[in-house]
Write a protein that binds this ligand. Structure first.
Ligand SMILES: *Cc1c(COP(=O)(O)O)cnc(C)c1O
Length: 394
């Protein structure tokens, strides 16, 4: 299958690599080459920073959640990194702005993207409109149903949303659809992958574009508290918001927690806690598998966490023990959602509600030296209110 699976390029520990058919290798090499030249070009960085500032509204605030801190025992000061205040309502735009600039550099006129929650699809459709490129977004039929408002948003932004009817009709299948389109139309098309997953160089470039979250947090917490946090907590789907904030603290004495979807009796999406290493979407990483080694169905109330794989860098950080990965159930995540809504007046997305719920558990169980916590609030909850209403009824 792979051309370079034995090489160290794009490897995190033993994870990552490029497990792709020959036809994809040229696309990946082209992307890698242009990314390297963009990184070395100060004009690229200047333009990206300008867009992040003027278009997306960065830096996002680091907000001290006083009521939540008091409610969760009062021993720890809890801060929220407000990625929900980005244009389009989540951290996804950071990566999309970076990748659309790469697409223009590569002279592509068309964008394809996959989406689960619809947040990445909306962010991709947004940057495509901004740069006047054509945009096609692949989305599982099941996700289209539970995230209607985002489907409408993408269409209003001028994108075509293609329903994916194969497999579990969720994010994994949408990703297959986007990859297939990319291989077929590679001359004209750039694939904006939405998380730190997939074949090299995606996990690296998506991390780099999301690293702005951690860089800002580092400066902001030092300005506010004069020291680093004891704990940084982020939800993990593919892992991009988590690696974005973790990357700034990996070399410091800061405990890092990645929170996976523990789901319900219907299943879960805890690839790191419950999975085994295997290959999905071009990379070797932890993966939910059945007894025969087939990719298993993921389940979470948070559509952005509903993915059976995870980024290869997280697999390596799990094995080294640098990051602790934990799981939170659907039910507890709803509690986190409710706490933040009622105590702080912030409706969080269901994805980071998992990180809020874990913070509550951590502090209820003796806190483990946690006295200064940053939660990465990866997105806002407007997209989820209909499905939350349904769940609270049932
Ligand atoms: C997509 C999404 C996630 C999960 O993706 P990661 O790559 O793990 O960050 C988390 N939160 C929100 C709000 C999302 O839209």
């Amino acid at each position: 299958m792979s051309v370079s699976e034995g090489s160290s390029r794009g490897r995190f520990g033993g994870y990552g690599g490029q497990y792709v058919p020959e036809t994809l290798m040229s696309c990946l090499l082209e992307l890698e080459k242009h990314y390297a030249s963009a990184k070395a070009d100060p004009a690229f960085g200047t333009e990206l920073q300008k867009l992040l500032r003027e278009y997306s509204g960065r830096p996002t605030p680091l907000y001290f959640a006083g009521n939540l801190s008091r409610q969760y025992g009062g021993k720890a000061r809890i801060y929220l990194k407000r990625e929900d205040l980005n244009h389009t309502g989540a951290h996804k735009i950071n990566n999309c702005l970076g990748q659309v600039l790469l697409a223009r550099r590569m002279k592509k006129q068309r964008i394809v993207a996959e989406t689960g929650a619809g947040q990445h699809g909306v962010a991709a459709a947004t940057v495509a409109a901004l740069f006047q490129m054509e945009c096609t977004v692949y989305m599982g039929e099941v996700d289209m149903e539970r995230q209607r408002p985002n489907v409408l948003r993408m269409e209003l932004l001028g994108a075509e949303v293609v329903p994916v009817l194969t497999g579990s009709r969720t994010l994994k299948d949408a990703t297959n659809g986007a990859i297939r389109d990319w291989v077929t139309n590679v001359e004209s098309t750039h694939y904006i992958l939405g998380s730190s997953v997939g074949p090299h160089p995606y996990p690296t470039l998506v991390r780099d574009f999301q690293a702005v979250i951690g860089q800002e947090t580092r400066e902001q917490i030092l300005a506010a508290e004069g020291r680093f946090p004891t704990h940084v907590i982020a939800c993990v789907g593919g892992g991009s918001n988590a690696i974005g904030i973790f990357s700034a603290f990996l070399d410091d004495d800061v405990r890092l927690f990645g929170v996976e979807a523990g789901g319900s009796i219907h299943g879960h999406a805890a690839s790191l806690s419950e999975g085994l290493p295997g290959v999905l979407h071009g990379a070797y990483s932890y993966l939910l598998q059945d007894d025969d080694g087939q990719v298993a169905m993921a389940h979470s109330i948070a559509p952005g966490l509903d993915y059976p794989g995870v980024g290869p860098e997280h697999s390596s950080l799990k094995d080294s023990g640098r990051v602790t990965y934990v799981r939170v159930t659907d039910q507890d995540a709803l509690g986190g959602f409710s706490d933040l809504s009622k105590l702080e007046g912030i409706l969080p997305a269901l994805e980071p509600s998992h990180a809020v719920a874990f913070t509550r558990q951590l502090l209820a169980n003796g806190a483990d030296g946690a006295d200064l916590i940053v939660i990465n609030l990866s997105g806002r909850g407007d997209k989820d209110i209909e499905s939350i209403e349904e769940m609270l009824k049932s």
